[in-house]
Design a protein around this ligand. Structure first.
Ligand code: 5GP
Length: 172
């Protein structure tokens, strides 16, 4: 198997810092509760928060989604939930990639039912070619073409999450 570098470590570093600066501006004077979505967003979450200068609390959540075949909303299975009551809190959800958009759209619906003061979404990657469930991404690092990517938190069969860059997985 070969991995072709798609987004270099340097490119990622620069862009993550820019996105963090935007978040700092937008949340100036506020406190932020961050929810990193496991497993894929662990690296992006860790890098992003290092550049934040607003007060943050942080938890991780793990959820899987699947379409129920009759509605476009899908169902959400929460494997690991947050413990904090987010009512009246400013919440930022951090995802690895928006592909069909199903996971983030059902997760957003679930979290909005808990009445946060605000709910913003950040995603490291977005693949517009695959989108089926439109969801507004408030903070995005990179829009990418329709490739299956690995690295920087993203896996192929559980592997390659540790790569510090994003690569395209090529079977050979
Ligand atoms: P959704 O289709 O619900 O937007 O994405 C669900 C999940 O599929 C993502 O959070 C991510 O874990 C996984 N996924 C989607 N596209 C890719 C990809 O190109 N590479 C990898 N490794 N995972 C992906």
């Amino acid at each position: 198997m070969a991995v072709e570098v798609y987004l270099s470590q340097e490119k990622i570093k620069t862009r993550v810092k820019e996105v963090a600066e935007q978040i700092n501006k937008d949340f100036s004077g506020k406190e932020l509760h961050i929810i990193g979505v496991l497993n894929g967003a662990f690296m992006f979450t860790a890098d992003l928060v290092r550049h934040l200068d607003v007060p943050v609390t942080l938890e991780f959540m793990s959820a899987s989604s699947y379409g129920d075949g009759t509605t476009s909303s899908g169902k959400l299975t929460i494997n690991l939930d947050i413990k904090k009551d987010i009512k009246d809190k400013h919440v930022l959800v951090i995802e690895d990639i928006v592909d069909t958009g199903l996971t983030l759209s059902v997760l957003k619906k679930n979290l909005l039912e808990r009445s946060p003061a605000s709910l913003k979404l950040a995603s490291f990657l977005y693949k517009p070619a695959r989108l089926e469930h439109p969801v507004d991404i408030d903070y995005l690092c990179f829009e990418i073409e329709d490739h299956f990517v690995i690295g920087y938190g993203l896996d192929y069969a559980g592997r390659y999450r540790e790569l510090p860059y994003v690569g395209i997985y090529c079977e050979d």
